[in-house]
Design a protein around this ligand. Structure first.
Ligand code: PEP
Length: 244
């Protein structure tokens, strides 16, 4: 269960969130829990999470280890700051910051090389779904961004299926729609990496997951967890999603 805080919260807000959130998930051993704050709030999140079961993730990384790349952050820097996870290829990065399959792959390889666990996002836009191109888009994203990994590298990643039309819009894919997409993605994994890898892969659903719809989504055996934006910003709301 992963929370993507996007460009929200200060360091102070981060500390307050954890004070409220940790007691609510103290006995929640059924799921891995991750919070992905903005880069500058990673130290506050790592300090506040302490020895709890909540892992901290970044929302992106650059693929070079270091160098003249003003404004970028590298895998070793995130690792040294205490990150365990990193979100890669979020639709907002694809839409506003020119993320491509090629850059998704470069970031994923860099994350793995530096010991971070990538959460790699895929998902179709509304017009792609409406023109019956969902599977074509998912296949292209998988083929370009994920399929070139080796089996060992692939074992390190989590996939997040996030239909773009459901992100931040209040429109959730129905559990059946989400499960269909997850089944399709798992089929792509099976074809490339084998049945055992497909069964072991965690595929998260993301797109307006809320306390009142998480149960229906999680009832689908194909859905292994959730990547949550808006509803992860408030401690009680994200805890109730974690504890669905
Ligand atoms: C996201 O940012 O990954 C996301 C799914 O956002 P929201 O839950 O707000 O739709």
């Amino acid at each position: 269960m992963a929370g993507n805080w996007k460009m929200y919260k200060t360091a102070g807000d981060t500390t307050v969130f954890f004070e409220r959130f940790l007691p609510l998930v103290a006995t929640s051993t059924h799921a891995d829990i991750a919070i992905c704050p903005t880069y500058v709030n990673i130290p506050a999140a790592v300090a506040a999470a302490g020895n709890s079961r909540v892992g901290i993730g970044a929302q992106n990384l650059y693929w070079a280890k270091e160098g003249a790349f003003t404004g970028e952050i590298s895998g070793p820097m995130l690792k040294a700051a205490g990150c365990e996870y990193v979100i890669i290829g979020h639709s907002e990065r694809r839409q506003y910051f020119g993320e491509t399959e090629e850059t998704v792959l470069k970031r994923t390889l860099a994350a793995i090389e530096h010991g971070l666990k990538p959460i790699v996002c895929v998902g179709e836009r509304l017009e792609e779904r409406e023109s019956n191109n969902t599977e074509t888009v998912l296949r292209a994203q998988f083929d370009g961004g994920i399929a070139p990994l080796t089996a060992e590298q692939f074992a390190q990643i989590t996939i997040a299926y996030e239909p773009v039309w459901a992100i931040g819009t209040g429109k959730t894919a129905t559990p059946d729609m989400a499960a269909d997409a997850h089944r399709f993605i798992r089929g792509l994994v099976a074809a490339r990496f084998g049945d055992a890898a497909a069964a072991a892969t965690r595929i998260l659903y993301g797109g307006s997951v809320k306390p009142d719809n998480v149960k229906g989504l999680m009832a689908q055996p194909e859905i292994d967890g959730a990547l949550v934006g808006g509803a992860s910003l408030e401690a009680a709301s994200f805890a109730s999603i974690v504890n669905f």
